[in-house]
Ligand binder design. Structure first.
Ligand code: ATP
Ligand code: MG
Length: 293
């Protein structure tokens, strides 16, 4: 169940990068407004990203549509909007809202002045609220990582703070190769490396933990220089990532990254914990937006 977009309604722009089996382009989506008649043109244009699954990957188009249909079921301020899916010749295209400052990992690595704890805390809180919403709807994201979080407002001048949106997970891990899954260590949950059929909401909690680590370390890549066999061994030996200095986020992280999926915190509890920490520390509370007259 997803909205079909006609190929005439999109314009493809510059190439932004590659996802897993996809190519990502900037683009324009032409929309009809309510007072346009059927004969008239399009009166509205929005900036979008086009995630194109090429004709060589038609074997996984069903899995691609699964992701699209999950994204179409959600409506949350901290989740990127999926406009719909377009079939253009033999290509399948996800049409997603363009988010100005791009992925969180690159954004964090670009900063020359250190991001404050308050900033990081707001990002963690917003991500937890999006995942708590998915948890309530019993929807699994499947690839929670800072690359899949987009920065809509940088909040660097303090005003209002940052504003993030969780992006789509891309191709589901159930159709990825063993190597591709192992390469996703330490984001992919250990039980999913054993068997991708174990993918569940609990796996998103593990991914959330790894994402907290990335946030604490300013977008650094965890297990960066490790080869695939070393990554496999990391999970086999039930190792843990280094504990970050940021004490409060570190505690949440360890509660999410237990090898037993049943012992991971509910997102609802995580949101509550974050609220408590925030109330106890005035220095990390969000900066209110200034009223402009
Ligand atoms: P994956 O399965 O690996 O998540 P993907 O198709 O989601 O694949 P990404 O790696 O998340 O692709 O995105 C590739 C690049 O496209 C990003 O680094 C970013 O520059 C850009 N990008 C993706 N989504 C958006 C968006 N909504 N707004 C702006 N830029 C985006
Ligand atoms: Mg992505």
């Amino acid at each position: 169940s997803f909205h079909r977009i006609l190929k005439e309604e999109i314009v493809q722009g510059e190439h932004l990068g590659r996802g897993t089996r996809t190519n990502i382009y900037a683009g324009i989506l032409k929309l009809k407004s309510e007072d346009d008649d059927d004969m008239g043109g399009y009166s509205q244009e929005v900036k979008v990203v086009l995630k194109v699954l090429g004709s060589g990957h038609r074997d996984i188009s069903l899995a691609f549509f699964e992701t699209a249909s999950m994204m179409r079921q959600v409506s949350h301020k901290h989740i990127a909007l999926l406009y719909g899916v377009c079939v253009r010749h033999q290509e399948n295209i996800m049409v997603e809202e363009f988010v100005q400052y791009g992925p969180l990992d690159l954004f964090m690595r670009r900063q020359s002045t250190p991001l404050t704890t308050a900033w990081k805390f707001q990002v963690a809180k917003q991500l937890a609220s999006a995942l708590s919403y998915l948890e309530d709807k019993k929807l699994v994201h499947g690839y929670v990582c800072s690359k899949n979080i987009l920065v809509a407002r940088d909040g660097l001048d303090g005003e209002g703070g940052p504003f993030i949106k969780l992006s789509d997970p891309g191709i589901p891990i159930t159709v990825l190769s063993r190597e591709e899954c192992v390469d996703r260590i330490p984001w992919i949950a250990p039980e999913c490396v054993q068997d991708t059929a174990n993918l569940s909401i609990a796996a998103d909690k593990w991914g959330f933990g790894t994402t907290l680590w990335e946030i604490c370390y300013n977008g650094e890549i965890p297990l960066k220089d490790k080869k695939l066999t070393e990554k496999e061994r990391f999970y086999a030996a039930q190792c843990q990532l280094a504990t970050p200095d940021c004490e409060e986020l570190a505690k949440l992280m360890t509660h999410c990254m237990t090898y037993d999926p049943r012992q991971r915190l509910f997102f609802r509890a995580i949101v509550r914990d974050i609220d408590v920490v925030e109330k106890q520390n005035p220095s990390i509370q969000p900066v209110p937006m200034l009223e402009v007259d």
